[in-house]
Design a protein around this ligand. Structure first.
Ligand SMILES: O=C(CO)[C@H](O)[C@H](O)COP(=O)(O)O
Length: 348
């Protein structure tokens, strides 16, 4: 059983968050590259920003590195490549989030599976940790073509969100993110699946975000500079671009399909994606629209009202604890695999 050590912290802007210390997964298999001993992972810009962010917000790494890895892993002197480090941190976060949110593996659980590279490790964690007899009673709901294939390849029971009866909720949804701010607002849609991801997240009792250290951010738009992904009706794309520029977006663009496809990216829903960069979004306070500076909720409320916008890649507003009966876009927790082999947990 996990031990939850909630620590209430007040950030500089009177933001209240809690970090949970959890015992690490004891079942993490020793596959994949191993973490180096302390400090051997190198320093990246992202790591520096994240570390500054956490010192500013009085956070600390609460899960000690390595304690959940097999002994042989701890003795490694190999320095993993930056790519290996990122993949391993996604995997650690995935195992820890599944351990925390699927134990003790209730039968007939309905689980949403997000899109992207991190959820591959979530599915690995589920198939590794959940006993086969229980797994066979669970049902998995995809957020697009990639996660549908992921669920099928893992031999899990696939069901579609349009089959969920009205008034019914999924028990939990696991998904990645492109950027996470201290209030658990998210940018999603880097993989162009944001619309179905939002439908599945808001159809769940709780949404759990799984990510690596690069996604942690003091303000949305700081780390993910490509812009807020917005799913648009193709015939309205120019109209939406014009409106975004008027709102202060710095060079919004229709996402190109190249090198895989000539022309625009076409989503699973037959739409296009516009990426709209804005100055870093304020977590609290109000917008200064003249300067193109927006507060998360205000910008999100304005974007979703633009005619031709199908859905936006800002996940904001309530989380599952606050909403109670579904409809929440924000996660109840975000798990970040860190470069040193620890996992940071940001809780609502
Ligand atoms: O929103 C998404 C796809 O639309 C993904 O969750 C997001 O892009 C993160 O992907 P990854 O896990 O590959 O970093």
């Amino acid at each position: 059983m996990n031990k939850h050590h909630h620590l209430l912290l007040r950030g500089a802007s009177s933001l209240t968050v809690s970090l949970c210390k959890r015992s690490g997964p004891t079942h993490l298999p020793p596959a994949g590259p191993l973490f180096p001993s302390s400090g051997a992972g190198g320093t990246t810009t992202a790591a520096t920003i994240v570390s500054n962010f956490f010192s500013r917000h009085h956070h600390s790494t609460l899960t000690s590195p390595h304690h959940h890895l097999p002994k042989t892993a701890r003795m490694s002197t190999t320095t993993p490549s930056p790519v290996d480090l990122i993949e391993q941190s996604k995997r650690l976060a995935a195992f820890q989030s599944v351990t925390a949110h699927l134990v003790p593996f209730p039968s007939r659980t309905r689980i949403g599976i997000g899109s992207g590279s991190t959820v591959i490790y979530v599915v690995e964690a589920i198939t590794t940790l959940v006993p086969p007899t229980t797994l066979s009673t669970m049902t998995f709901y995809p957020t697009g073509a990639q996660s549908e294939q992921l669920i099928e390849s893992a031999g899990l029971n696939l069901q579609y969100i349009n089959k969920l009866p009205p008034g019914t909720l999924l028990d939990v949804c696991f998904d990645g993110a492109d950027e996470v701010d201290p209030n658990l607002n998210l940018i999603k849609g880097g993989g162009a699946c944001l619309w179905q991801e939002k439908i599945v997240a808001t159809s769940s009792k709780k949404f759990v975000c799984v990510a690596d250290f690069r996604k942690m951010s003091p303000a949305l738009g700081t780390m993910w500079k490509k812009g807020i992904p917005i799913e648009v009706l193709p015939l309205a794309a120019n109209r939406v671009l014009g409106e975004l520029e008027r709102m202060g977006s710095l060079g919004p663009k229709v996402r190109p399909g190249l090198p895989g496809k000539a022309g625009a990216v076409v989503t699973d829903n037959g739409m296009w994606i516009v990426d709209a960069p804005f100055r870093p979004l304020r977590v609290e306070g109000t917008s200064d629209k003249e300067k193109g500076e927006w507060q998360v909720d205000e910008l999100a409320d304005a974007l979703i009202k633009i005619p031709g916008v199908a859905e936006i890649g800002l996940f904001y507003g309530k989380n599952g604890n606050q909403a109670g009966e579904g409809g929440a876009q924000k996660p109840v927790e975000a798990y970040f695999g860190m470069e040193d082999g620890s996992v940071k947990v940001l809780s609502a």
